[in-house]
Design a binder for this molecule. Structure first.
Ligand SMILES: [Mn+2]
Length: 330
């Protein structure tokens, strides 16, 4: 199916319901939250009702987004959606507990991950899109709805965060054209940059320091990894620390092809979150998939239950195996 067929299917499915539940993947980041808020506004402009329900809270650095305070982590009492819109999720299970309550509803799946499982009743998967935010921007155009300054800010944030501030290989001329249009509609690049990247808490900077000191580089310089352990939060007043960008430091080491970040956080002890970044030809989606996770060729993640040391051993063994198989170069 081409893009028109896909969006037509989505537009038909949106037209068939009056109230929606919008959800996205666990540990939502800029693209998930930004595209959810833009979708919420779009539905309301179409005269429909919608709520956003996620497995986890909106992270601190995204709470500046207009209406971020309306995002819930529980189903509103007695709420029965006509349809559920799942954004930025390659598999339904990535929505966390939410997957259990939505699985028997009409599902509209909008995503840009390679390997999306087309789990929806209507599916629109565009792996060449930089972000779901970019896709929602297209939906505004297709439906003839003008984004206001609030939605423009949300979609701009989605694009900025998923492209690493227009630096990753998913950044295209089209991405910049859309970003320019969103700025002309009221998105403020200086505000987005400052809120998303420059308001670090002292706890965040101290924990970053501890995490960086764990850096290891192995396999002739091809693999780097860093670790965040529960013990690193000892003595810190706040344990609510955004660690999403820490992996960029491991990724920035010269010569590295694959960077891995192992995290065990106070809110989920016994759960080891693993993030992968690839700078070269290696497909880290394969590594994450071996542990039930997923993502993109160059950015992916998975969760392992158990002890940190066991998770590290299993994951690094798999990284080595995939490197051998694919002949990684940085
Ligand atoms: Mn995304």
């Amino acid at each position: 199916m081409n893009r028109e067929d896909n969006t037509r299917e989505i537009i038909r499915a949106i037209g068939a319901s009056d109230n929606f539940l919008i959800t996205a993947h666990v540990n939502p980041e800029g693209d998930s939250v930004g595209s959810q808020l833009a979708m919420l506004a779009l539905l309301e402009k179409l005269g429909k009702k919608a709520v956003i329900v996620n497995n986890d809270n909106v992270p601190d650095n995204l709470r500046f987004l207009p209406r971020a305070e309306t995002v819930m982590t529980e189903l509103p009492d007695g709420f029965i959606p006509g349809a559920v819109i799942v954004l930025d999720c390659p598999v339904l299970g990535r929505t966390g507990w939410v997957s259990q309550v939505i699985k028997d509803h009409v599902i509209i799946n909008i995503d840009h991950h390679v390997g999306n499982e087309y789990f929806g009743d209507a599916n629109w998967v565009e792996s060449s899109a930089s972000s779901v935010g970019e896709m929602i921007h297209g939906l505004f155009s297709d439906l003839g709805v003008q984004p206001g300054p609030e939605e423009a800010a949300s979609m701009y944030t989605a694009i900025v965060t998923d492209t690493g501030m227009f630096n990753y290989s998913n950044t295209t001329a089209r991405t910049h054209i859309i970003a320019a249009e969103l700025i002309s509609r009221g998105a403020n690049p200086q505000q987005v940059f400052s809120e998303v990247y420059e308001k670090k808490t002292q706890e965040q900077v101290r924990i970053l320091g501890k995490v960086l000191s764990t850096l290891k580089v192995e396999e002739d310089g091809l693999v780097s990894h860093i670790t965040l352990g529960l013990d690193m939060f000892a003595g810190e007043r706040s344990k609510d620390v955004s660690t999403e960008e820490f992996i960029n430091y491991a990724r920035a080491v010269k010569g590295v092809s694959v960077a891995v970040f192992f995290k065990e956080k106070p809110e989920s002890p016994g759960s080891i979150n693993v993030s992968f970044r690839s700078t070269g030809n290696m497909n880290v989606n394969k590594v994450a998939a071996a542990f039930g996770g997923g993502g993109h060729k160059k950015a992916s993640g998975c969760v392992l239950k158990g002890k940190m040391e066991d998770a590290k051993r299993l994951v690094l063994d798999e990284v080595r195996r995939v490197i051998k198989e694919e002949g990684a170069v940085s």
